[in-house]
Design a binder for this molecule. Structure first.
Ligand code: 4AD
Ligand code: MG
Length: 433
């Protein structure tokens, strides 16, 4: 058998005979010629079977081949006569690994989203879904690369935790032997705050869980978060790190997945405009602006999804909304020294109507103040004793932020609903497949 190659590398094997291993996802033709659409995970190509070029058995196999059958194909690599940078296979031999004998449930016709989600285990093979996962992979890798190059090391935070990070109403509770209840992590932030005293700057990247009753295109009950935390970084610098990180990620995707974005029909012009500086406005300014635009939001309220949508359609760059009223934000946020009612925080909203992709803040570093906040939020003190300890032994100003991977991927891929950006979405009403 000739050398086995990946479809993405066909360009390096022009005019040579090679073997590929994969699946047939579509077929046209009849009579004397068949065009097989082939996929191997690295890419797609077209295999051409001429009746005159192959044995009768091979031609009969091509004729019989059904959608999603797995195959080992040998053929001559040729340049596509019309499309630049596209290579095809003039098929010589076909070996069937498994012939599918049932009709493949996902056909070319339009399916409803709920049907596709029920068949997510198969839907993941569809070309756009493969691409979304590829872009997601670039985003993950570029986040690692950026952070590692900028002095952040990866610290893995636990998933079973004794305490809430982001509010007690959204906790998944599980029984934990004789210890009573444990909660699935909502964010590794508090643990990273402990780690910075050793390593200075760090990040985690893993699944987090929110028993949130929100049924919106932006919410999952299980999603992937990257939390970053840095010692001696204050509010301003925290935003600058986020700005540089997002710019880097977008550049990497534009470099590595340009063709993918085109296949997704993602307009790349808005992505090319993601440059420094991002827009900064305070929560107060945002509310004033939103009220002028017809929203009934008031100054003591968090921004709603609709508010974020209309605001981010106004600008072609991401927007930092700073200094929310402390009342709507988490207990650990440091207050603005200029106005104690505000938190030294910022949410980063992605443009084109996408909304919040990052939540971050400077952290309260003073023991007594933090203790007061925990009490004000009516949280139990005991599970936070270790967290309070951090303010006793060499406390320093520090800040951090958390990126929602699915929201970031959704924006960059231009997908309306974030459930398409995670391989197996978990929402209030979905646990299968
Ligand atoms: O804004 P959040 O709740 O912030 C935190 O959890 C902080 N502890 C992070 C930190 O400072 N280290 O969540 C961070 C991000 C949001 O901006 C959003 O992108 C995403 O996580 N997110 C969700 N994504 C999908 N489904 C949900 N239910 C989400 N909730 C938050
Ligand atoms: Mg948030």
């Amino acid at each position: 058998m000739p050398q086995r190659v990946f479809i993405k590398d066909l360009k390096d094997h022009k005019d040579r005979e090679v073997t590929i291993k994969g699946w047939m996802f579509n077929k046209r033709g009849s009579g004397k010629i068949f065009f097989l659409q082939l996929r191997d995970g690295s890419g797609v190509t077209q295999g051409i079977v001429f009746k005159n070029d192959v044995s009768e058995e091979v031609f009969a196999l091509a004729e019989a081949l059904t959608m999603e059958s797995s195959v080992i194909i040998t053929g001559l690599v040729t340049a596509h006569p019309k499309q630049e940078d596209t290579y095809e296979l003039q098929i010589r031999d076909i070996e069937v690994v498994q012939m599918v004998d049932e009709e493949y449930p996902i056909s070319k016709k339009e399916h409803g989203t709920s049907f596709l989600l029920d068949n997510r285990h198969l839907w993941l093979r569809s070309s756009k879904q493969i691409i979304i996962q590829r872009v997601r992979n670039t985003i993950i890798n570029s986040i690692y690369k950026y952070l590692n190059n900028n002095g952040f090391i990866k610290i893995d935070s636990p998933i079973f935790t004794p305490n809430a990070c982001e509010g007690t109403t959204e906790l998944f509770e599980v029984e934990y032997f004789d210890e009573g209840s444990a909660y699935l992590s909502q964010s590794g932030q508090l643990y990273l705050e402990a780690a910075i005293f050793g390593v200075g700057r760090c990040f985690d990247f893993g699944p987090v869980f929110r028993a949130e009753k929100s049924k919106t295109r932006r919410h999952l009950t299980e999603f992937w978060m990257m939390d970053a935390e840095a010692a001696f970084v204050e509010h301003e610098e925290n935003m600058e790190i986020q700005e540089d990180l997002i710019i880097y990620v977008v550049e990497e995707v534009l470099k590595r997945n340009l063709r993918d974005l085109k296949t997704l029909e993602r307009d790349i012009e808005p992505l090319k405009k993601i440059k420094k500086p991002f827009i900064r406005m305070t929560h107060k300014e945002a509310v004033d602006k939103l009220r002028k635009m017809g929203s009934d939001i008031t100054h003591d309220m968090d921004l709603g999804g609709d508010d974020e949508t209309i605001l981010t359609k106004e600008f072609d760059k991401p927007i930092f909304i700073e200094k929310y009223p402390a009342e709507v934000k988490a207990f650990y946020m440091k207050r603005d020294p200029k106005d104690e009612n505000l938190s030294l925080c910022a949410d980063l909203l992605a443009p084109e109507g996408y909304g919040e992709i990052i939540g971050g803040s400077e952290r309260e570093a003073d023991y007594e103040t933090l203790l007061k906040r925990i009490k004000e939020h009516e949280l139990p003190i005991e599970p936070f004793n270790w967290y309070l300890d951090l303010r006793k032994y060499g406390s320093v100003p520090h800040s951090g932020f958390g990126i929602g991977l699915e929201r970031l991927t959704g924006w960059i891929c231009g997908r309306k609903h974030i459930r398409e950006t995670i391989p197996f979405p978990r929402t209030i009403k979905r646990l299968t497949p």
